[in-house]
Design a protein around this ligand. Sequence first.
Ligand code: ADP
Length: 619
Amino acid sequence: MFGVVGIPVTALANRAVTLGVRFVAFHNEQSAGYAASAYGYLTGRPGILLTVSGPGCVHGLAGVSNAAANAWPMIVIAGSCDQGYFGRGDFQELDQVEAVKPFSKLSVRVRDIKEVPRCVFEVIGKAGSGRPGGCYLDLPTDVLHQTVSEAEAEELLVEAGKGVEKEVNGIVGQSEIEKAVSLLRHAERPLIVFGKGAAIARAENGLKKLVETTGIPFLPTPMGKGLLPDTHELAATAARSLAIGKCDVALVVGARLNWLLHFGEPPKWSKDVKFILVDISKEEIELRKPCLGLVGDAAKVVEMINKEIKDDPFCLGKTHPWVEAIQKKANENVSKMEAQLAKDVVPFNFLTPMRIIRDAILGVGSPAPIVVSEGANTMDVGRSVLVQTEPRTRLDAGTWGTMGVGLGYCIAAAVASPDRLVVAVEGDSGFGFSAMEVEVSSSAKRMLGNRIAILFLARYEVGLFPFKLSLVGCRVIPEFFHTRYVTMHLIPDSSVYHLSVTIVPYDLDSLQQNGTLIRYQLPVVVIVFNNGGVYGGDRRSPEEITGPFKDDPAPTSYVLGAAYHLLIEAFGGKGYLVGTPDELKSALTESFAARKPVVINVTIDPYAGAKSGRLQHKN
Ligand code: ADP
């Protein structure tokens, strides 16, 4: 559960923690929402965003809309105003159910505590079935203050669990599978394309088998990278234009024919290409009108295709003209790129530091780090240069081109995959959206291990004044769930009262260093490509620099040479400022080995890279 607490949900978060839910406390619901969406993608189980009412919920819309655009499962739980005062200007009043509706698969208000189990089952069932997306659960203040007995709660839970409805994932018929295989078998220039729908379906093993038995070249979308290693001999990534421009049959698995795939239309694609689309969403297939649509879970459909091929196998082979053409083009393009990358350009362009980062990431081995990438040039260049070798190890701006996702994604990745290092490679503008969240990953020490709770059992003897306490027992309980220095409870039990005193000896040194009590020691290395603005330096023509505010900095400019690395030091993390290959290599070696929160501030030439990255035609 990711979120920001406050009225009326603070107790809800505390209660969740005592019940074994990890709660990651953010500074802003926007980032927490991005984290919840990415957690859903990486684990296949919806991440939860918890927000306060009104403005908190509105900030959280960023996360749930991003989940909708990317088709990732998540659930937003927000406190809302008191139902009895709604419409009369209650504290943080908003019709949150209506506000979230356009961005969610289901938006429900719990009107009474007894509805909680049913509503929870509904949102969980809906978020993760069919095409994944966000769902919303609205908890009014008055409901949060209601109580129900444990016994009744148990009964309600059992009842609610019985009636859960899930969207039926399509079932593909055998004849459709036969048709798909026949199209692939008779194609002259077949191509297999896969995207983040195949990643969420965990279709990597089936896809590997399909590619390797048929010898068909493959092309991943940006977040599909890694389902098969970028280094695979049938990878067409470095020959993308040729692959999509000349293929005659394209099997597209879990990827939409949207702007990222040029709508499947000329001039990028041939006008005669036959698409076989595999998607969990019937609507998606109806929208694209492919030659053949297979509605179903990507892993299952690919498995059916493999089974069908097994009975009558075919393989293009290394000398097939199509395979040779793709490999030749890919090798040429890789050689050209490597020649560019080999140069040490200082002040840094985008390529030199990206090469150094690529090599450092590859040096980590398995499990491979999760790469988080955003920015214009930084993301574009990173997509071509950074190498993905394992599934679901790349998170970027995604279908919506959402900037500002970086820190939330990093935190989600570190929580979802604790065995992996997380490396963010992002522009300074992307970093700036949520830079404060470095505090979440900072903190020098986890405190839980240091806590000691001492439970005194004392006897209260009725009739004596004020009362007599006699110590009857004393236990030391490490990791007791209390966040205060000392807490006391009187638990009535006939004439014996148990007086529980929890003493939490916090480490004062780290308290002073961190300003937070219990934070999360996350192995996140954030590399900021700092070129002083959105797209970098002021690139306006003289005619654009006119008017009464012409002496103001350009709308694309941020402070040149901003000391972003110092931000993390404010919270006890480690920062590096680097401007040469040796400085960058040394910062990466140290920080990858330490697995501690780090910001590496890389000074980039403000005039390197393109205005608007690779989307100049749209700006
Ligand atoms: P990319 O950005 O990688 O091209 P998209 O987000 O455009 O990918 O497309 C992902 C597609 O995958 C969506 O249309 C979604 O409906 C689909 N999808 C999601 N889960 C599954 C699944 N389990 N099996 C098949 N398709 C899925």
